[in-house]
Design a protein around this ligand. Structure first.
Ligand code: NAD
Length: 387
């Protein structure tokens, strides 16, 4: 159980690029990073519009001289200060992630980057090489992985409680964009513009989330080959897709299915993962994140609940409020931001990091998966080798 104790000796001096007024994801970054006293928000280039960004930064109590017009000015000016920033979160549209993350690493900063990390596998591998070269920490914002029941599933699978894994069934298929909502919503418009969203819409925007959950639960599973069929049911979204189905074969003989969609009309969220072994299955649904289904063939269904004594210690370590009280996405993100702070501190002290997190390699895998899905779909859903 976590009672809000300090996780690092000194709060990390932290800034944001993007996440400005009215942005969809900026507030959850700030509230998740700041709630546990691990970070101080001391600077920012919050908005593509410099004036709006500076006004917004001031409203967050960031010193006016540290509310910058753009990220380049911020990285240069902060590098001159003794109390300059140590870490930055990037919460801007997809097409800017690569250049901002690269500049941040080159400026000696630790990075927490929104997904997808960039557009191509080559760019992703360049960032991974830069992380190795600079020795900095890079997280990719797969926030759902911070839910405790993901850790519980990981531990149960590692202990062999499901037996040999056969099937991973994933989906993130919501219905909120079943019509062309982007015509009236700026934050959806860039998502269907290939120049700003990259080579895909739903594969990168939603599909990479359950993909990372599968990597967190099954760290040893490697994709051998995949095939993908994608469609734009709203014609104006072409050449990007609003629906896609990917079938994957893993190197141990298991198979995976991942449905990515924003046209699953009527679905509130549709984000879940089911891992099927030869003896039993676990299933986690983001709409009921405090529970994990554990189904053993021939037994009644078990519904495991957060913060109960029968869970593994690793799963309850991040628990913030007693069993029965619901926790949600803000807590999950805070758990990951806590690990970001601890990873930075350990790196700066030269200590070993003894916990997992969605790092730069997870970013590479997500970008590569999207690349491969698009390659397959463009060849008429052909099987493509992963390596
Ligand atoms: P948004 O369009 O609502 O907001 C983007 C913000 O970035 C705005 O404040 C904009 O002014 C600012 N911005 C744009 N370019 C900038 C630049 N060059 N410098 C500084 N600021 C700039 O977008 P959003 O929905 O908040 O999405 C942002 C990112 O977060 C995207 O990459 C998206 O995929 C990701 N996202 C992740 C999750 C998740 O669960 N991890 C959820 C939603 C969005």
């Amino acid at each position: 159980m976590y009672y809000g104790e300090k996780r690092v000796e000194n709060p990390i001096r932290w800034a944001m690029v993007g996440g400005g007024k009215g942005s969809q994801i900026g507030y959850i970054h700030r509230s998740s990073a700041l709630r546990d006293y691990n970070f101080d928000l001391v600077a920012g280039a919050f908005d593509i519009d410099p004036v709006r960004g500076q006004e917004f930064g001031a409203s967050l109590n960031v010193a006016p001289e540290r509310c910058y017009s753009d990220y380049k000015t911020m990285f240069a000016a902060e590098a001159e200060r003794e109390d300059g920033i140590q870490a930055v979160s990037i919460a801007t549209p997809n097409f800017t992630h690569f250049e901002i993350a690269k500049a941040a690493l080159q400026a000696g900063l630790h990075v927490y980057c929104e997904k997808p990390m960039c557009f191509s596998t080559a760019e992703a591998e360049e960032l991974e090489a830069l992380v190795k070269q600079t020795g900095k920490i890079m997280f990719v914002s797969y926030g759902y992985a911070g839910h405790q029941m993901i850790e519980q599933a990981r531990q149960m699978i590692a202990k062999g409680e499901l037996g040999k894994i056969r099937i991973v069934n994933m989906q993130f298929a919501h219905g909120f964009h079943n019509v062309a909502v982007e015509k009236n919503a700026a934050s959806t418009a860039w998502r269907v513009d290939p120049k700003k969203a990259g080579p895909s819409y739903v594969l990168g925007d939603v599909g990479t989330h359950p993909l990372f959950l599968s990597e967190a639960m099954l760290p040893d599973l490697k994709i051998k080959r995949l095939m993908c069929s994608k469609q734009a049911f709203v014609e104006s979204r072409k050449p990007l897709e609003d629906n896609a189905m990917t079938i994957m074969e893993y190197d141990n003989g298991a198979v995976g299915y991942l449905w990515s969609s924003c046209v699953n009309a009527g679905a509130m969220f549709g984000h879940k993962i089911r891992v099927v072994g030869e003896l039993a299955s676990v299933e986690w649904n983001a709409e009921f994140p405090n529970q994990l289904l554990y189904e053993v063939q021939g037994e009644p269904q078990h519904v495991l609940h957060r913060d109960m004594g029968y869970l593994t210690p690793q799963a309850v370590a991040d628990d913030r409020i007693g069993a029965g009280h619901p926790e949600g996405l803000f807590e999950a993100w805070s758990n990951l931001y806590g690990r970001f702070a601890m990873a930075i501190e350990k790196t700066e002290k030269g200590e070993t990091i003894d916990f997992w997190y969605p790092g730069v390699h997870a970013g590479v895998l997500g970008v590569k998966w999207v690349d491969k899905c698009v390659e397959s779909a463009e060849q008429g859903a052909a099987w493509v080798d992963y390596e």
